[in-house]
Design a protein around this ligand. Structure first.
Ligand SMILES: [Zn+2]
Length: 291
């Protein structure tokens, strides 16, 4: 800095007009302000150039005191430029990671029971008329909302169970059939049906499409706001990929005949039972490739 040809360590602010800020600095030790009437030591400041080509250094407080709003605007523009440059460099680094992200997304989506299969399963298990009877959709939604795994069903009690209830109530039970509510089975992993775990939103709408969009972006043409927004987007891509993996694993646990098959007992109509059986068959065999 001191080696710049036009550097003036004692510039008279009354005799020169400020042109622009050419650098910002933070020094490990104090340096003196370059204004002749100030000379206050500071560590953080700017190198500025005047209209007539002189160069000096001033602290940010001095800049404002001697050059007013011009300086405020210049320093704000300068800080924005520094921030943009930093954001651009960070985005360039992300640009190199995009193809890696793409192949990870492809791997997550593909496969026997990958993301695209999860998408179909989430749709079928939460939306009526997609292959799963409404009664079962409702049951699964209750499990997902409450976090309870046991599925209860009302059924006629055995004589032995009636005796137990009589002891509990201290009274005779004459009514037959006498219904009790009993656990008929346990579903593991219903939490993956929550709306916040929507795989389509995460893996397709967000990760796949957003990263495609970024491939077409010209970093040099992005505005400050866009630069900030894209950097923010990339800050949680890793987390989103991890979440997608967790959702896929969760659905692989949930959507099996072993886990869900017993729910057929909740169905009363043959048509519903047949529909559910067709769904369970889909779970038995590797799914057909996504259309
Ligand atoms: Zn000063």
């Amino acid at each position: 800095m001191l080696a710049l040809p036009a550097f003036n360590p004692r510039l008279d602010p009354g005799a020169h007009k400020l042109k622009e800020i050419i650098a910002g600095y933070t020094m490990p030790e104090n340096v003196n302000c370059g204004l002749s009437n100030c000379r206050t030591p500071h560590q953080q400041g700017y190198v500025v150039q005047t209209e007539d080509g002189m160069v000096t250094n001033i602290g940010s407080v001095c800049g404002k005191n001697y050059f007013g709003v011009d300086f405020t605007r210049m320093s704000r523009d300068f800080e924005q430029k520094v921030k943009d440059k930093d954001n651009r460099e960070r985005l360039e680094k992300h640009q190199h990671r995009v193809s890696g992200y793409h192949s990870r997304i492809k791997t997550l989506r593909a496969g026997d029971r990958g993301g695209d299969w999860v998408y179909q399963m989430q749709a079928a298990l939460t939306t009526p008329n997609k292959g799963v009877p409404v009664l079962i959709i409702r049951q699964l939604r209750d499990l997902q909302r409450t976090g309870i795994r046991d599925v209860m069903m009302s059924r006629p009690a055995t004589e032995e169970e009636i005796k137990l209830d009589e002891i509990r109530l201290g009274d005779e039970i004459k009514q037959r059939p006498y219904f009790i509510s009993a656990v008929i089975g346990t579903v593991v992993g219903a939490e993956v049906l929550g709306s916040e775990d929507n795989i389509k939103k995460l893996l397709i709408d967000d990760l796949t499409l957003k990263l495609e969009e970024f491939k077409r972006v010209k970093i040099l043409e992005l505005s400050s706001t866009q630069l900030t927004r894209w950097n923010k987007y990339f800050s949680d891509v890793e987390l989103k990929l991890t979440t997608a993996g967790r959702i896929i694993a969760g659905m692989q646990t949930l959507a099996t005949r072993e886990n869900l098959g017993f729910l057929e007992a909740l169905l009363k109509e043959d048509k519903e039972k047949a529909e559910f059986e067709r769904f369970l068959i889909r779970l038995d065999s590797p799914p057909a490739s996504v259309e």
